[in-house]
Design a protein around this ligand. Structure first.
Ligand SMILES: NC(=O)C1=CN([C@@H]2O[C@H](COP(=O)(O)OP(=O)(O)OC[C@H]3O[C@@H](n4cnc5c(N)ncnc54)[C@H](O)[C@@H]3O)[C@@H](O)[C@H]2O)C=CC1
Ligand SMILES: O=C(O)C1=N[C@H](C(=O)O)C[C@H](O)C1
Length: 273
């Protein structure tokens, strides 16, 4: 008898030696819904040309780390990308040309980067979110709702804490939360945002949305949205204690992306929030 089961969707991991890349390998090798079909790293990285399993200190996985995105993506259904802005912007058109969904977790993207990704998404499917966890995406929805219910007597402040290696601030998540707060309140985040305070700053401007960033130790990612008025404070909080929440969200997005119409989507669409 022949086995007629359809092969599992083939997923490539970009930035495979990074903190998120390693977590994605763990999630994909343990998945019964998707399979690890390729691994990419930057040109010159010592893992390029080597077996991924051996580089991770384990048994061979039969996946050779590549620095050639077009070759690695050929025949794959999705590429999951937690790297750096320049790498992600360069990969988007390559993924679209290969007919691969591009799941983007990379943060620190500029407005130009975001526009370039949006342009690439005219040719295929891109899912992009500054945070792929279910918990944070729920927090985003709650933030929008609370901000809509409260007036500017409630000062909004977003405080985020991350590990000492993080290179961008505010975090992508903090910006998602700030955007949701601004939408709930019916204001523009560009106009309301205050990013970091130092020196004689003067009193707080009514209606502003403040951002503060802590970089220390091995925090995985913690976010508070504070609504503070005279006499009371509401604090919405998310704490990530395992990078698996981001990796599982990204794999879910890669599977969800199969068969979607061309365009750019966020995790709210994936999660049906
Ligand atoms: N959206 C989300 O849920 C999450 C987003 N992130 C974001 O993901 C990104 C990566 O985070 P980490 O894994 O902690 O960083 P990391 O520094 O540990 O890993 C980044 C990896 O990308 C690789 N890389 C750089 N340029 C490349 C290129 N041109 N081609 C292929 N690989 C390349 C690096 O060599 C490195 O291995 C950051 O922007 C971070 O903020 C992190 C966690 C969750
Ligand atoms: O760099 C990280 O680690 C994280 N980055 C994302 C962000 O910028 O919000 C998501 C998560 O908080 C971890």
């Amino acid at each position: 008898m022949t086995d007629t089961a359809a092969p599992l969707p083939a997923i490539v991991v970009n930035g495979v030696s990074g903190r998120m890349g390693r977590m994605l390998v763990q999630v994909l090798t343990g998945s019964d819904k998707a399979r690890l079909a390729g691994a990419l790293e930057r040109p010159g990285h010592p893992w390029v040309g080597k077996d991924l399993g051996l580089m991770l200190g384990g048994a061979p996985l039969g996946v050779t780390v590549s620095d050639d995105p077009a070759a690695a993506l050929s025949g794959a259904q999705a590429v999951v990308d937690f790297t750096a802005p320049a790498a992600t912007v360069a990969l988007a058109p390559v993924a679209m040309a290969a007919g691969c969904a591009h799941v983007i977790g990379t943060t620190g993207l500029s407005k130009d980067d975001i526009a370039a990704i949006g342009a690439a998404a005219k040719q295929g499917v891109i899912v992009r979110a500054g945070n792929m966890s279910l918990g944070v995406n729920l927090l985003v929805a709650l933030t929008r709702k609370v901000a809509a219910a409260l007036d500017a007597d409630y000062d909004i402040e977003i405080v985020e804490s991350h590990h000492r290696h993080k290179v961008d601030a505010p975090s992508g998540t903090a910006l998602m939360l700030g955007q949701a707060a601004a939408e709930g309140r019916g204001v523009s985040l560009d106009e309301a945002a205050v990013r970091g305070r130092d020196g004689i700053t003067g009193p707080r401007e009514r209606g502003s949305i403040g951002f503060s960033a802590i970089r220390a130790g091995d925090y995985i990612g913690e976010h508070d949205v504070i609504f503070a008025a005279d006499g009371e404070r509401i604090i919405l909080r998310h704490v990530a204690s395992d990078r698996g929440v981001f990796a599982r969200g990204a794999v879910k997005a890669a599977l969800w992306a199969q068969g979607q119409a061309k365009g750019e989507y966020d995790m709210a669409a994936v999660l049906g929030l």
